[in-house]
Ligand binder design. Structure first.
Ligand code: VGL
Ligand code: ZN
Length: 205
């Protein structure tokens, strides 16, 4: 069984949002088309409490996009984004969500960020997704969404680590790109065993 995973297609990651991914909304029609062709569609939703520890505003004198040392490792500091219940945290209005069977929320623990759909940034606290996929006999994931260099990348790497087959749909992802991080993310994903595919290939009649 295969599933389409749609990562964090939320207002704050789209143009005009608090942590916008350039042209992040341009992948939405492609994702909507893909959704129609999958029997299993799953989503993630970045879902932070106010004053989350990944927000620069929670650390005096620190600015967004600086990095700090957290107990679990290095953490990029972000503008406040995807605060629980806010418009920014809502899915983009053009994203088709009716076919989604599961929405994994992540980043809801104040003191730990969570990029990956599988594990929080400590690499140990599980979201439960791996168990869900195994119980449903889903062994192959097609990953789409935002952002290529953060939540998409870590979801892909953890999915591979958990022994799933992982395809990244190249025209259905977009990145933030801090200092070449998109190119680096592709390198890391491919090196770890991810496969690159595209909507053209997947939507072939
Ligand atoms: C993301 C940074 C902070 C993402 C989420 O969805 O890629 N990036 N929170
Ligand atoms: Zn976040």
């Amino acid at each position: 069984m295969k599933a389409l995973l749609i990562v964090d297609v939320q207002n704050d990651f789209c143009p005009g949002g608090a942590l916008e991914v350039p042209a992040g909304d341009e992948i939405i029609p492609t994702i909507n088309a893909l959704s129609q062709s999958f029997d299993v569609v799953l989503q993630t939703q970045d879902w932070h409490p106010a004053a989350h520890s990944s927000f620069a505003s929670s650390h005096e004198g620190r600015e967004p996009f600086e990095t700090i040392a957290m107990p679990y490792g290095e953490q990029v500091l972000w503008p406040d984004h995807c605060v629980q219940g806010s418009t920014g945290a809502a899915f983009h209005p053009e994203l088709e969500t009716n076919r989604s069977q599961l929405i994994i929320r992540k980043g809801f623990r104040r003191d730990i960020d969570s990029y990956s759909a599988f594990y929080e940034n400590d690499n140990a606290t599980s979201t439960g997704l791996a168990g869900y996929l195994r119980e449903r006999n889903i062994s192959t994931l097609y990953v789409s969404g935002l952002a290529t260099d953060f939540c998409v990348k870590w979801s892909v790497l953890d999915g591979l680590q958990e022994d799933f087959n992982v395809f990244v749909v190249e025209d259905a992802v977009k990145g933030i790109d801090l200092d070449g991080s998109v190119e680096q993310a592709w390198q890391e994903m491919l090196d770890a065993g991810a496969q690159k595919t595209s909507s053209d290939i997947l939507l072939q009649p």
